[in-house]
Design a protein around this ligand. Sequence first.
Ligand code: SAH
Ligand code: SF4
Ligand code: F3S
Length: 454
Amino acid sequence: MTTSERRYHITTFGCQMNKADSERMAGILEDMGFEWSEDPNNADLILYNTCSIRDNAEQKVYSYLGRQAKRKHEKADLTLIVAGCVAQQEGETLLRRVPELDLVMGPQHANRLKELLESVFDGNQVVATEAVHIIEDITKPRRDSKVTAWVNVIYGCNERCTYCVVPNVRGIEQSRTPEAIRAEIEELGRLGYKEVTLLGQNIDAYGRDLPGTTPEGRHLHTLTDLLYYIHDVPGVERLRFATSHPRYFTERLIKACAELPKVCEHFHIPFQSGDNDVLKAMSRGYTQEKYRRIIDTIRRYMPDASISADAIVGFPGETEAQFENTLKLVEDIGFDLLNTAAYSPRPGTPAALWTNQLSEEVKSDRLQRLNHLVNTKAYERSQRYFGRIEEVLVEDQNLKDKTQVMGRTRGNRLTFFAGDITELKGQLVKVKITEVRAFSLTGEPIEVRQSVSV
Ligand code: SAH
Ligand code: SF4
Ligand code: F3S
């Protein structure tokens, strides 16, 4: 079957890793001759890259899918794909629920899209959800941004947090080699990318599955070593990484971040709960005291570092007093950003089976109270930027005010200022901050830094 003039649309529902997978799958489709269609209703191939982290993320997929399944009755050559974490979780069940589907493929199969589609075009309905070794990607991703890029360094997760579907849907940890990672970043540098975020669900686990140990018995390849190894890649001016797990976050890593100028002073370290018994029930493997020590150490080395995290409220059995320990942690630490969620029981996870589930009312009440505190604290944290000069990497136009551009500070605060995007895209600009809000800033440009390395 020919793919000439075939148009595709991808809708991405999930986290950064899910988005990175979408960019790689888009690259594969374009390599096969497909063209991007902004409007899904004009596309001949629709791919839903799904997320299963909470029930509402999953339900969204079914409503989108229902509409396209109907469209297929009028357009028989429409190709319908469900990829990502719901695909992995549901597998064959999805085909029974939506028989119009052509392909159901788990996240570990993202790089195999071409081969799987060829089988679809041969007339098969395909399910690819078996655990596989993830092959190195040979196609260039179609990246959404020309300025910032994601680079996967480790796939999967070996933790067993009792609420979480990720280990079930993403499989066991698999690190890419430092050489493959560096080669990808060098290519990004050549293409003019200025910022790279290294990705992993548990990025501190990087390298544990790679061979080799040091004379002291440490793994030869760790995230810290990787940062040193990639730091001098020409053109790339900023490095970030996510997501960090408090159980494995080391002082050695903190030192490296303080020492390496390209590594931004921003850390995303989810704590999930501020109560030790809840943390234990979640199988997180650390105490709130340890979490506080990590933040203290970061601030000792980098007093201005911004800290973001994720937290869950209403975990099974969480008492009012335990929830208040989460509030207390948030109060004491003062996060620059906190992603909050009400606990959602997920299929195949231990906590979903426990009988001490809380009511929706309790969960949403706690979520509201926590969000209120988060806003207040983020607003307080923002004050430190007022009047300061911050370096902003310009990513795009401000969609709400086209006379402005938007970018991020090293601490990851969204910042707006007056300017022309055609001149400033991808530039590092010194900006004097004149207005602060809880999660964003406005300022005046002072100076555009001339890039030294290209
Ligand atoms: N690997 C990361 C997070 C992965 S999932 C870590 O270990 O922190 C992203 C966030 O979704 C989690 O940090 C958690 O806050 C939230 N989350 C995961 N499972 C959830 C569930 N069942 N209900 C509500 N929130 C959940
Ligand atoms: Fe899920 Fe825990 Fe793994 Fe994070 S570390 S992805 S929360 S199992
Ligand atoms: Fe969702 Fe899968 Fe990411 S469940 S959060 S898309 S790893």
